[in-house]
Design a protein around this ligand. Structure first.
Ligand SMILES: [Zn+2]
Length: 241
C-alpha cells in the first residue's frame, strides 16, 4: 500500500492540525500513514516514528534537510539526513497493533512493572507543564511493589533509561561531525515536528497556487487540485509571462 499523501489529504490534515499541540499533529500524520482502521494512539513511540518516516519517504523522499549549529565552533551546519539513518528498528510487519512491550525494573527497593510509552500518553500530558516529564514517566508505570503513591525521582530517571531500551527508535538521534572543527556530537531530531513543518510549507505553497490560478483562470479550488503540479507550474508561468 502506498502511503503517499494526495494533495487534498495533505490540505485536510494541515487544516486539522492548525492550532493543535505537537502530539496531536504527530498522530494526524501517523494516521495518514497507517493501514485503515489502525488506532495509532495505541502505538509505541518507535512505531509512530516508523510510520512518520514512511510517510516522509513516500510523500517527500528519503533525504531530510537539517540545519543546526556546531556546539564546538558555533558554525552553522546544513546536512542532508537519510531517513534510514534515523531508523533504528523495523516496524513489526504483522497487521494491527502488537501488544505494548513491558518489563520490570528493580531499583531502590521497588519492583516497578512498566510498559513503553504510546501516542495516547503524549496526548494525555500537557507538554508545557513543568511536571510534564514526571507525568509522562509515571504513565508508563503499570504496577509497583511495595505500593507507593509517588516514585522517587531516581527511580523515574532509571525508568527513562530503560524505556529507550524497551522501545528502540522512540528517540531519533543523529550522529553529526562538524566539517570545520571535526567536533562530533549527537543531535535529537523531532521527526513529527520536521514532517509537520514540511506539510505546512507544502500546504501554504499549494494554497498560493490555488489563489493565483483561481484569480487568473476563474478555476475553483477543486479544479486546481485536479491539475498536476507540473501543469500548474506551466499555467502559473504562462500567466506571469
Ligand atoms: Zn565545529
Amino acid at each position: 500500500m502506498s502511503r503517499e499523501l494526495t494533495e487534498t489529504q495533505l490540505l485536510g490534515m494541515w487544516e486539522g492540525g492548525i492550532g493543535q499541540a505537537p502530539s496531536v499533529r504527530a498522530l494526524l500524520l501517523a494516521a495518514a500513514a497507517a493501514p485503515p482502521g489502525e488506532e495509532v494512539a495505541d502505538l509505541t513511540l518507535a512505531d509512530l516514528n516508523e510510520l512518520l518516516l514512511e510517510l516522509r519517504e513516500e510523500s517527500f523522499g528519503p533525504a531530510l534537510p537539517c540545519a543546526t549549529e556546531c556546539p564546538g565552533c558555533d558554525e552553522p551546519l546544513e546536512v542532508s539526513v537519510a531517513t534510514d539513518e534515523l531508523r533504528t528498528c523495523t516496524r513489526q510487519s504483522t497487521p494491527g497493533p502488537r501488544p505494548c512491550p513491558s518489563a520490570t525494573l528493580v531499583a531502590e527497593g521497588y519492583e516497578v512493572t512498566y510498559r513503553a510509552l504510546t501516542g495516547r500518553d503524549l496526548l494525555g500530558v500537557d507538554a508545557a507543564s513543568p511536571d510534564a516529564r514526571r507525568t509522562l514517566l509515571s504513565r508508563c508505570v503499570v504496577g509497583v511493589e511495595p505500593a507507593v503513591q509517588v516514585l522517587p525521582d531516581v527511580v523515574l530517571e532509571e525508568l527513562a533509561q530503560r524505556l529507550a531500551e524497551l522501545d528502540p527508535g522512540a528517540d531519533t538521534v543523529l550522529p553529526l561531525t562538524c566539517p570545520h572543527c571535526r567536533h562530533g556530537w549527537t543531535a535529537a531530531l523531532d521527526v513529527a515536528g520536521h514532517v509537520w513543518a514540511e506539510v505546512e510549507g507544502y500546504a501554504r505553497r499549494l494554497l498560493h497556487e490555488v489563489h493565483a490560478l483561481a484569480r487568473g483562470y476563474g478555476w475553483s479550488e477543486s479544479d486546481v487540485l485536479t491539475v498536476s503540479p507540473a501543469r500548474r507550474r506551466f499555467y502559473l508561468e504562462a500567466m506571469a509571462g
